[in-house]
Design a protein around this ligand. Structure first.
Ligand SMILES: [Zn+2]
Length: 281
């Protein structure tokens, strides 16, 4: 193998490693590992982790109820429900369900969570179509409200803004909000995903996929956040940060440089895959 071949192979391996969706559907063991229960905990302000070891779910609590972001795999739903109750909150107080994107590992549990909570399900246009159609391991769910780019979801003093950042899915939605730990405000960003799991070149089902990724990276490079969160805990080092949390010390989840470091790495991976696919045509 030439250096070019080795490099191309490395790109494929890295792309697969960073594309849990692709690996997971074939790999029951890994899927079980994603769904290992994790005790729920407070992240920052009114934001809590209620997900599993490999798939995130976030509960944003207000005086008028709460908002749940993502539902994990179908088998994560009961675990998320237990985590919400373990934190002392009631399922019936979840008012809104929102989603990062319409893939089975983040939307698979939503239909069951909607049944358990009675919450209003909100999604961006293109992903709303995918969610209401359903797919393998992603039971169809009724979408009660469709949001466009820049629309907000408001509950008490919390406002979540939808940023449609397509590419990974056609309606991939990055959500932002501001929270506070007493005196200091923190801008929190829930990253959708910019991993490449679909063909970039010659993708007849999604012809504008490369244009969408390009726009999304450009957009993400203009954004900033004090707290970077994402739908796979490994993407933001959740476990290490949780272990590093000690009362009185600085919150390890606050890292204003993390979003841009992640975007830079992800964009480099995207360009590597794009170059490889373009060469092999
Ligand atoms: Zn995905």
């Amino acid at each position: 193998m030439t250096y070019t071949h080795i490099r191309a192979l490395a790109v494929v391996v890295i792309a697969l490693m960073e594309s849990p969706e692709l690996r997971g559907q074939q790999d029951d063991a890994e899927r079980k590992a994603w769904n290992v229960p994790v005790a729920p905990f407070h992240i920052v302000g009114n934001v809590h982790s209620v997900g599993a070891a490999g798939v995130s779910a976030f509960l944003i609590v207000t005086t008028e109820g709460s908002i749940l972001l993502d539902g994990g795999l179908p088998e994560t739903a009961p675990l998320i429900a237990r985590n919400i109750e373990a934190l002392g909150f009631r399922l019936r107080d979840v008012k809104f369900l929102i989603n990062s994107h319409a893939h089975y590992d983040h939307a698979g549990g939503l239909a069951e969570l909607k049944r358990l909570t009675g919450a209003v399900m909100i999604a961006s246009g293109p992903d709303a179509s995918a969610l209401s159609a359903g797919a393998r391991d992603m039971p169809a769910i009724v979408i009660d409200r469709v949001v466009d780019d820049g629309d907000t979801v408001q509950l008490a003093n919390t406002t979540l803004t939808a940023h449609v950042t397509p590419g990974h899915t056609k309606g991939c939605t990055t959500w932002t909000m501001t929270t506070s730990d007493g005196v200091k405000p923190y801008r929190v960003l829930f990253y959708c995903s910019t991993s490449v799991v679909d063909r970039l070149v010659g993708n007849t089902g999604y012809p504008q996929i490369v244009i969408d990724y390009e726009h999304t990276f450009k957009r993400l490079r203009t954004m900033s956040a004090d707290v970077f969160l994402a739908n796979h805990p490994g993407f933001f080092g959740m476990e290490q940060k949780r272990k590093a949390m000690t009362s009185g010390a600085a919150n390890p989840f606050v890292d204003p440089g993390e979003l841009q470091r992640f975007v830079t790495r992800s964009e480099r991976d995207f360009r590597d895959v794009l170059a490889r696919e373009s060469q092999s045509r």
